[in-house]
Design a binder for this molecule. Structure first.
Ligand SMILES: Cc1ncc(COP(=O)(O)O)c(C=O)c1O
Length: 394
């Protein structure tokens, strides 16, 4: 943690409540707990104001009445900006023609399931997982197979044997979220290569959710799964978005990145409905984010890194804290406390800190919590103090 004040330090809980975000409005106005009242630390959005370039793009959209259907050249510009950003940051410069607009990553997921997997085939999901991946497959008439992550060397890793068995039993798709939500893991090259080998052996597919890629901290390196091997490129649909790293989920613009000629052709034939909901101002703002707001992102990453250091230094008795390598989400394993209720319920009531309950992330998440650390550092410090105090009063 640095001693130099940052402008984000001044963002108080009162300020956030007045601003109107889901994270701070759903918990309501409960001031029974210390200076900040009920602290919203669940849904994955940041408390930081957006980059000037992003705000300017939205303002220019309003000033120029750019609220019509999406022109091809704005899509092409956004695709070029996406490709250049990915090239500069992750060493993968996809063909802009293979970068397609979607409103969000969940739409990319539903389109992938519908159009790139066999009807009725199961979906493999390493757990704990981003919550909608547990519920959306049933909405698409697909069985879900939860594959609990394993522990190795103190970290959560993919259970390749279980993934292998899942494919052998007929599953058609693996959801690979990297950086991983909710554990913050960034998978290394060997793990990704091993996944590619298993998937390819079964003739299966990967939905590579890389929405958090720009939020990889300097100690780790994000490797796009599709670049793992030619085989991986051939079996992968990648989805990403500027919406996590630049804090714009309400602007409704994400990207599907195709990495195989036949897949690109199939997307052209089937992707219309998925692309249709993409918001025109969101496309313009996304172009501005990838192209003109890289400095803003670096500043946010440095600030989040300070928050990570604060978290790493916290001594929360009975709670095993996983400090993220990427994402602003930390995994708190509270099973050591022996609570007889979901830990998020306990800490909402006793600490006034609202986190995502691990059980919503799958069976393997039961007893854990997902803490969003993308808040002003003094508010995070207060949240950690209150969690600590609640445990000590048990
Ligand atoms: C891993 C992951 N995938 C997808 C999403 C949802 O993204 P979108 O709003 O683009 O659907 C989130 C949001 O938090 C996420 O963390």
């Amino acid at each position: 943690m640095t001693d130099t004040a940052h402008r984000f330090d001044a963002l108080t809980a009162e300020h956030m409540r007045a601003g109107g975000s889901w994270k701070w409005s759903t918990p309501g106005e409960w001031h029974g707990h210390g200076r900040s009242g009920l602290i919203g630390a669940f849904v994955a959005e940041m408390d930081y104001p957006v980059a000037d370039a992003v705000a300017d793009a939205v303002r220019a959209s309003a000033d120029g009445s750019r609220f019509g259907y999406l022109p091809d050249d704005w899509v092409a510009d956004m695709a070029a900006a996406t490709s250049a950003f990915w090239g500069d940051r992750f060493g993968w410069t996809p063909d802009p023609a293979w970068v397609r607009p979607v409103p969000d990553v969940l739409t990319a997921f539903t389109a992938t399931v519908r159009h790139f997997t066999r009807p009725g085939s199961a979906i493999l999901l390493p757990t704990p997982a981003y919550m909608p991946f547990l519920t959306v497959p049933a909405m698409l008439d697909r069985p879900l197979v939860q594959v609990p992550m394993a522990r190795s060397g103190g970290r959560l890793v993919l259970d390749l044997d279980a993934i292998d068995r899942g494919f052998a039993d007929g599953a058609g798709l693996l959801v690979l979220t990297n950086p991983h939500n909710p554990t913050g893991r960034v998978f290394d090259a060997d793990e990704l290569a091993a996944v590619a080998e298993v998937v390819e052996r079964h003739g299966a597919r990967v939905f590579a959710d890389e929405i958090h890629a720009p939020l990889t901290f300097s100690g780790a390196r994000h490797r796009p799964y599709a670049t793992t091997s030619a085989a991986a490129a051939g079996h992968t649909i990648t989805a990403t978005s500027a919406s996590k790293a630049w804090n714009t989920p309400g602007l409704k613009c994400g990207q599907v990145i195709l990495s195989d000629a036949a897949d690109a052709e199939h997307w052209t034939a089937t992707g219309y409905l998925a692309e249709h909901g993409t918001a025109t101002p969101g496309v313009l703002a996304t172009t501005a984010a990838y192209r003109d707001a890289r400095g803003w992102l670096d500043d946010v990453l440095a600030y989040l890194d300070g928050n990570r250091a604060l978290l790493a230094a916290a001594d929360l008795p009975g709670i095993d804290v996983t400090v993220p390598d990427g994402t602003y989400l930390a995994w708190l394993d509270a099973r050591g406390l022996g609570l007889d209720e979901p830990p998020s319920a306990f800490f909402t009531r006793e600490a006034g800190v609202v986190m995502t309950d691990g059980a919503a992330c799958g069976e393997a998440g039961r007893g854990g919590m997902r803490l969003n650390i993308a808040m002003a550092r003094p508010v995070l410090a207060e949240a950690l103090d209150r969690i600590d105090a609640a445990v000590r009063l048990m």
